[in-house]
Design a protein around this ligand. Structure first.
Ligand code: GLP
Length: 264
């Protein structure tokens, strides 16, 4: 079963996710971490920095792999996901930017960029833990509805809905690229563990479809139900449409110590 944890606020959710990830770094300092962009994981990265310091966890061997990137932005563009991750992940955690691998959105090499990125993941032994957000239409990475559940890293065309959701990062909505390169759903499912975060009522419907709906390309995030180690950490708003909400809370309240990933 997908582990669903519902807490009172985005801050508590970020703290819990940070504990889950750092407990993995303790066991494996050279953890391969899949990192997501968007507003949702920003406080997670900040919380990881605070807790790593507090618990003396060294992040120096961490390797990070981005989920996706826009195609066709100028190199170094502030809207690129590489730039976002440099600012909100690498700098916040005090890491070396060489530890971050991002699929290339350069038009000149785009035909081979997906294979190149997949090889980079394979060569290091695979991603240990993949952080995920969720789009309001149920996308993960940039796997829009209709994406194959077995897909690998490749170029995708963004939906109008997603371009609208991401328009705030650009000076005008038309500037949001039409194309992106994204880890496929098959690529994401190969990570050894998945940690999905979602906050607010706006995500409630997508979260309910992902966790409790049928597994379907119409809601790409529903593919996480196929994963043996997927944890979904939500605030009350994002959890508000879940039918089994009371049960998830009961499971969490009765989680045995020996199954816990809390830091101490
Ligand atoms: C983008 C990213 C996704 C992210 C989603 C949600 O589309 N490609 O990885 O999960 O946005 O973003 P936010 O967290 O800002 O709601």
């Amino acid at each position: 079963m997908t582990e669903v944890v519902v807490v009172d606020s985005p801050d508590s959710a970020s703290s819990l996710a940070a504990e889950l990830i750092l407990s993995k770094v303790r066991t494996k300092p050279a953890l391969r971490l899949g990192v997501a962009t968007g507003a949702t994981p920003v406080s997670l990265y900040r919380r990881m920095a605070v807790l790593a310091k507090q618990f003396g966890i060294d992040l120096g061997e961490l390797q990070a792999y981005a989920l996706d990137e826009y195609v066709g932005l100028e190199p170094g563009s502030p809207q690129s996901f590489r730039h976002f991750l440099e600012e909100h992940f690498i700098e916040v955690l005090g890491l070396d930017s060489n530890c971050l691998v991002v699929p290339s959105g350069d038009v000149g090499t785009i035909a081979t960029a997906g294979d190149h990125f997949e090889k980079a993941i394979r060569d290091t032994g695979g991603i240990d833990c993949q952080i995920l957000g969720i789009g309001s239409n149920g996308h993960i990475g940039f796997n829009e509805p209709g994406s194959s559940l077995g897909s690998r890293t490749r170029v995708k065309t963004l939906t109008e809905n997603t371009r609208r959701d991401n328009a705030a990062y650009f000076s005008q909505p038309e500037d949001v690229p039409v194309h992106c390169i994204s880890q496929g759903i098959g690529t994401i499912l190969e990570a050894r563990a998945l940690v999905m975060l979602a906050f607010g009522d706006k995500k409630a419907e997508a979260v309910a479809s992902a966790v409790e709906g049928p597994i379907s390309a119409s809601c790409p995030a529903s593919a996480i139900q196929l994963h043996p180690h997927a944890t979904v950490i939500l605030d009350e708003g994002a959890a508000s449409r879940l039918e089994q909400l009371r049960y998830y809370k009961f499971v969490w309240e009765n989680k045995p110590d020996w199954q816990s990933w809390r830091l101490s």
